[in-house]
Structure formats: C-alpha cells, structure tokens
Write a protein that binds this ligand. Structure first.
Ligand code: UD1
Length: 322
C-alpha cells in the first residue's frame, strides 16, 4: 500500500534535536523542510542530508518567512529555541524573544497556513523546584529561571491555539535530552555533551554544586520517537495536551561521572565548583500519560545512551584529527 506523503516543517532544524528529527523523517521517506537562524544551530549538523531536504535560513520571529515556510505543511515540529537556563538568567529578554515570542510566531503562521498539527519542544524546567517526585503533568508549574518561564509561556500559547482556533497542538516536556550532535563547545552546553568531550580529551570536568543533584537524562532517539508518535496519535488522545518525555529514571551527576570514566577512559578526578544560579536539585518524570496517550516508551536506556554518545564524540574527534 502507498503511504500517504506528509510534509514536515522542523524549526531549529540545524540544532541537536532538530537535525536528529530531520534524519528520522528522511529515513521514513517523508518530505522535510527545515528552518534555522543558525544562532545556536550549525549547518554542519545537516551536511549529508541537506540535498534531500528544503533548508532555509529563517528566523522564527520573521512572520512573513514563517508563513512561507508553513505553506503546504502538514506537521510542524517546533524545536527552535535558545535552550539554556544560565543564558536566560544573563539575558532574559533574548530568551523570551526566542522561546516565547518565537513560539507565538510559529503558531500564528501555522494557524494561517492551516497546518494539521504543531508539536512543541516544551521543557521539564516548568516544574521548578517542587519537592514532589516524580513530576507529573497535573502538578502546578513552578518555573524558576527566565528560560523556564518562556518555555512554559510557549506551552500556554500551544494550548490556547487549540482552544481558540482548533489548531491541533501537542507539547512534549522534554527532560534532559542528550546524544550525538549536542553542542559541547559552549559554557552553556548540556552537561553530558560537555563531560563526554572533556573526559575524552583528558580534561577535568567541573560539577556545579555537590554533584548530588539528579536528572532524568533521556537519549535523543527517545525524544525523536515521541515526536513521531505525537504526529500520528489521534487528536482525541493528544490535541491541546502536555506530556512528559523522559525515562522515569534518574541519575546524580556524581553517578554519571563514574559511568563516564570507563566509557571515556578518563582516570582523573572531578572538580567541584559553586552551585549554578537558577538550577533545580532533582528532576524525575512520571511518563504514564505519554505511555497511555501517545504509546511512547523509552527505547534506549541511560547507560546505552551514554555509550552511544561517547562513541559519537570519539569518532568526531578522530575525524577532526585525521
Ligand atoms: C534544563 C532543563 C531542560 C532544558 C535544558 C536546556 C531542568 C530539569 N531541565 O536542563 O528541560 O531542556 O535546561 O538547557 O530544568 N552542570 C555541571 N557542570 C557543567 C554543566 C552543568 O555540574 O559543566 C550541572 C548543572 O549545574 C545542572 C546539571 O549539570 O545541575 C544539568 O545541567 P544542564 O545540562 O545545563 O541542564 P539543566 O539545566 O538541568
């Protein structure tokens, strides 16, 4: 049987999660358009797939360009963001523009182009420092950082566009996603990208705080599958709703450092520095809702994800050195 063709627009297509989504969609034979303003994304993340897609250097805040990008599109996977808690603490206006205003701009363009569904990269940071673990979607949000506020604002706009305009929207609250192509090079980079590269290079990593903070680290393939499921699930199951996307397990940074030692061959110690502003202590998800309504399940566990991630940074380093 012929599969009906669908057209996908990935915002933030040159970023870590966006470029992984692009590859997964192309592998499934879908038609893919991608946009990125290349603020944090890198064209190199798309090198070998650029020819198979329609890539445009577009800023989501440019409403005219966004409208054009949405033309003929069935599904928008909105990943474009400035995805950093500490950066938002330094520059709350910039974070709000990219993460909140940007999401509103995507929604207006998608609504006007009569897109079928918008799937949004929401953030577990919405839960903040509430003591209850695991976090479930019915809990009252308690954002701490400007990043968390902006991402949560985007979620509310998603729900509002479903309620007011009938645009099908699904928000995926990502817990800490990691894996190949996550940028390790900035001081704002995700901890696993930084630690993998530092430890492979034999450089001493720094833990901010006592290292007993914990995260529900989730490998990229699981987030990709959640997006595909959020496109195919019946509207009655998911439209206008919010879902945790995680593994329902957590690891402390101290444990993670120990796991990375044999994988990277690092034999040194870790340095402890001051706690980071805006940080939360513990994060762990209840994923019952996503399991029930999207059919989501984590396909790759933390240890296997770490192994694949370190392997990828190792082969990148080898390629760069060759
Ligand atoms: C947060 C959000 C996540 C969001 C992400 C975007 C939560 C629970 N998660 O992740 O949803 O998508 O921001 O960036 O709020 N650390 C070190 N050493 C380092 C770097 C980081 O110890 O060199 C520590 C941080 O202080 C933090 C932990 O590692 O305690 C994780 O930090 P990071 O990877 O930046 O992600 P979150 O801030 O947890």
């Amino acid at each position: 049987m012929m599969k009906a063709m669908a057209k996908y627009l990935v915002t933030g297509a040159a970023g870590f999660i966006g470029s992984s989504l692009v590859r997964a969609l192309l592998d499934r034979g879908e038609e893919v358009r991608g946009i990125d303003n290349l603020a944090t994304g890198r064209r190199e993340n798309l090198t070998e797939v650029l020819k198979q897609m329609d890539f445009r250097q577009v800023d989501i805040l440019d409403l005219d360009a966004m409208r054009q990008a949405c033309e003929g599109v069935d599904y928008v996977l909105h990943q474009a963001a400035i995805p950093s808690v500490p950066k938002s603490v330094l520059d709350p206006l910039g974070s709000n523009r990219a993460n909140a205003d940007g999401t509103l701009s995507v929604l207006v363009a998608a609504r006007d182009a009569k897109v079928k569904r918008v799937v949004y990269a929401a953030s577990s940071s919405a839960y903040g420092d509430t003591p209850t673990l695991p976090k479930h979607e019915a809990m009252t949000p308690n954002p701490i950082s400007p990043y968390a506020v902006a991402k949560l604002t985007g979620e509310y706009y998603m729900i509002s566009f479903y309620r007011c305009y009938g645009l099908e929207t699904v928000s995926l609250r990502y817990f800490n996603i990691f894996g190949p192509r996550q940028d390790p090079s900035s001081q704002y980079s995700g901890v696993l990208a930084k630690f993998s590269l530092q430890m492979l290079r034999g450089e001493q990593p720094t833990i901010f705080g006592d290292g007993e903070q914990s995260r529900d680290f989730n490998y990229i393939d699981n987030a990709v599958s959640a997006n595909l499921l959020a496109c195919s699930a019946p509207a009655a199951e998911c439209a206008g709703r919010v879902f945790n996307i995680a593994t329902a397990r957590r690891a402390t940074l101290n444990q993670t450092f120990e796991l990375l030692k044999p994988l990277t061959g690092y034999t040194g110690t870790v340095k402890y520095g001051p706690e980071r502003g805006g940080d939360i202590k513990h994060s762990l998800a209840d994923i019952t809702l996503a399991q029930k309504h999207l059919g989501y399940k984590p396909l790759v566990n933390f240890e296997e994800g770490l192994r694949r991630t370190v392997e990828w940074y190792r082969s990148e380093a080898r390629a760069a050195g060759a």
